[in-house]
Design a protein around this ligand. Structure first.
Ligand code: IPM
Ligand code: MG
Length: 376
């Protein structure tokens, strides 16, 4: 099978903490796709987050933003760490990531929450609650409380201070992410649950109204339900399989996706895709990254689970690089690796079994990918 009709460019932003280690394994997979499937993917390394701050005193340089513009997809490892907590707020590692999301208008953040059969007993929830779980959270990513103005810390009337952030959504911002979520639901089980706080927030009331209007006008074939986000948080652990696609705002999506991650057994398993409008070529430009953070406590020890980062490569192949077959192959290789019992430390109970290293997991996935070739 050859996929090499055109070159594809991927900007590799390994970042901080465990980022470089998990990214190392993701790049091995890309090299393998090039060697074995003629994928023609060029990887271009650059700095994002704390490592960029150390070198250039900003979490992302203009050169890197320009470089990103010349690529088909961006791959991020992880950013941040305790070392940067005293850096000025606007120069923190996280701001580099927020800048890229905003600069490229990547308003739809997809977080698939899938429980692999082999890991059903690893969740803190009962296996019968999480077995077969397959839902997607669509998080609005470029507006809301993360970006709303006014924002800042100001002197207050009492002579002390006041911290301000603004929850703000326009109809257009709600409609475009809603459309994305409806289309995704339509391609799956046709069920969409929208989560908001319409009971206490005007922005939430508008969110609900826009969702319902779009449903009635264009997506009546999709079953739309509305839930208050606090109830949604509870329902996610009570009976997560009731959900197919969840759509929610930037802050609720941040919180609910970390909660949902635990349903899969480990935060080390979750990839994400952040995408905007389709380009004229019919592809999405996107930023792909694990949901987990930089995990400074285990950084540099060859312990981290690279699966979330490798699954993020699979998402990039599917949405931005027009290589769905490559994505399926990687996902099948991971499934088979887990079924064989290969586990990094995060996937094992304490003091039980022998974990493989980050690199060992990469080796096992590559070997399983070779086996998968036979099925193509
Ligand atoms: C996430 C992270 C980010 C966020 C941080 C690193 C800025 O928690 O992607 O979920 O809050 O959006
Ligand atoms: Mg988060």
């Amino acid at each position: 099978m050859s996929m090499g009709e055109r070159r594809r460019r991927v900007l590799v932003l390994a970042g901080d903490g465990i980022g470089p280690e998990v990214m190392g394994q993701a790049v091995r997979i890309i090299d393998w796709l090039n060697a074995r499937l003629d994928a023609g993917i060029e990887t271009v390394p650059a700095l994002l987050g704390g490592c960029a701050y150390d070198r250039h005193a900003v979490p992302v340089t203009e050169e890197t933003v320009d470089l990103a513009r010349s690529c088909d997809a961006l791959l991020v490892g992880a950013v941040g760490g305790p070392k940067y907590e005293s850096a000025p707020f606007r120069l923190r590692p996280e701001q580099g990531l927020l800048r890229l999301r905003k600069e490229f208008d990547l308003y739809a953040n997809l977080r698939p929450i899938t429980c692999f059969d082999a890991l059903a007993t690893r969740s803190t929830l009962k296996p019968e609650v999480v077995e077969g779980l397959d839902l997607v959270i669509v998080r609005e990513l470029t507006s809301g409380l993360y970006f709303g103005e006014p924002r800042g810390v100001f002197p207050s009337e009492t002579g002390r201070k006041i911290g301000i952030n603004t929850q703000r959504y326009t109809s257009e911002e709600i409609e475009r992410v809603a459309r994305f979520a409806f289309e995704l639901a339509r391609s799956r089980d046709k069920r969409l649950c929208s989560m908001d706080k319409a009971n206490v927030m005007e922005a939430g009331m508008l969110w609900r109204e826009e969702l319902q209007d779009l449903h009635d006008a264009e997506f009546a074939d999709v079953d739309l339900t509305h839930m208050y986000a606090d109830n949604g948080a509870m329902q996610l652990v009570r009976n997560p399989r009731q959900f197919d696609v969840i759509v929610t705002d930037n802050l609720f999506g941040d919180i609910l996706s970390d909660e949902a991650a635990m349903l899969t057994g480990s935060l080390g398993m979750l990839p994400s895709a952040s995408i905007g409008d389709k380009s004229s070529s019919g592809r999405w430009f996107g930023l792909y990254e694990p949901v987990h953070g930089s995990a400074p406590d285990i950084a540099g020890k060859n312990l981290a689970n690279p699966i979330a980062c490798i699954l993020s490569v699979a998402m990039a192949l599917r949405y931005s690089l027009d290589m769905a077959k490559g994505a399926e192959l990687i996902e099948a290789a991971i499934k088979s690796t887990l079924a064989q019992g290969v586990r990094t430390a995060d996937l094992l109970p304490a003091n039980f079994g022998i974990p493989v290293t980050t690199e060992g997991m990469g080796d096992a996935i590559l070997a399983a990918a070779e086996d998968q070739l036979a099925f193509l």
